[in-house]
Design a protein around this ligand. Sequence first.
Ligand code: G4P
Length: 531
Amino acid sequence: MPEHDDPAAEAARRRTFAIISHPDAGKTTLTEKFLLYGGALANQAGAVKARGGGRAATSDWMELEQKRGISITSAVMQFPYRDCVVNLLDTPGHRDFSEDTYRVLAAADAAVMVLDAAKGIEPQTLKLFDVCRQRELPLLSFINKWDRPGRDPLELIDEIEDQLGIRPTPLTWPVGIAGDFRGVIDRRAGTYTRFTRTSHGSTMAPEEDLDPEAAAAAEGEAWETAVEEQGLLDAVGADLDPKAFLAAEATPVLFGSALTNFGVRKLLDSVVDLVPSPAPRLDVHGDRRPLDAPFSGFVFKVQANMDPNHRDRIAFVRTCSGRFERGMVVTHGRTGKPFSTKYAHQVFGQERETVEEAYAGDVIGLVNATEVRVGDTLWLDTPVEFPAIPSFAPELFAIARVRDTGKFKQFRKGIAQLDEEGVVQVLRDRDLGDQAPVLAAVGQMQFEVATWRLEQEFGAPVELSGTSYTVARRTDEASADQLRTMTGVRVLERADGTVLALFESQYWVARLEQEHPELVLDRLVAEGRPG
Ligand code: G4P
């Protein structure tokens, strides 16, 4: 029997967050270093080249798994750090950017944004940041790669403020320009931490704390510059503001180098100190499910195994209240059916393990939960329904046709299944039905997964042809009738009855809005940048 029986106290120890970044900013490296500092990788990281050359239908972690011979399936890593339990949710990277990336953020209590010191804010950073902003997710920023030439730190700070409209509050400040990284000043403590490089960053970076006098003597001009820059920050009042951080109005910033481990411990400490522990979650009626209420959770991701020998599906559930105990029979909210959790896994960790218990903030992987979909609620004893996870504005649209008309039935079944799972969104022409549905996605990878599964799993090889549509707007029946008569517009329906109009460009939409103000053309969530 589990020893812990205070779900609220266990929840208070949880820190559940995701890392967001543009490709190559260092998310994979940083993730691994967190594991190193969290003691989950036997004290040596290095050598991790999470991915091979090309893009593949696997996540970074699946390859990492193969490389290391340990079982890590993509979803969440859990490790103890200080007196906390850290849950690091994996947001699939750029190469396999998909709706999953957004959905994972729905299960996080905060995010760490990784920036490349030489590049600052990049397109994908912006996109992901927008999702965080919509969810009012507290955000920590890590300016990475300070070990190699990059930009001026004050300039990077300004860029965060100007481009993201969030107030940067540096917690640490680098001593030494990018490329000559000596250490960081802890702005709150007023101390200087000097780092020492280790071979390939494979072990923790030795740290030495110096007082200002010793720091000045050791670092000379680099120290003086850092102190001057700090003076500027003090003048504009860029100090940590925990309230503003929790309200997602300010972002604490730390400098470092994931490669050499410089600053990684400080970042992890900041995560534990600042990231809020799970709060009672709002249900669809606007009430909060207390943390010590019986178990509840919602599904934020469903992953089908691509390996035909292990064709299972894992539903990832974020625990919201109570204690989960493997084997308990919970209720599947949408169908009202009992659901056995005998095959519950903790799907990230040193090893793939059967999970015995979980608390708010933890993620459980339920194997072969065939009826369970993204957004579903599971509960024990007292019913609850959590709000649906918003689906995001697709930007890529492709027409799917079955290659062999004899396989139409399989095709139809497969398309419906993929739609339900949220692998892609399926849009249908009212007159054509399932003949040539349009698949909609936010990332190319979603199409690849859909094609592969239709062929392998459902036995219905398909041909996908791209379209030039890039924008979808929600419309109503009256507007739809009018839009159907126009050129350059396609009107389609989702299975949930939502009517969408597709356009080739934002420009075209803007013109229509101007010329036909009577048309209903609502933006979908997460489309473009607000304002
Ligand atoms: P991602 O997951 O965000 O896409 O980034 P990833 O960690 O894979 O890092 C992208 C590249 O940047 C890698 O180089 C990685 O080693 C490097 N990198 C990450 N953090 C740092 C850092 O703090 N300093 C420096 N100098 N480099 C860093 P690569 O050339 O793709 O691979 P590798 O041969 O260097 O391993």
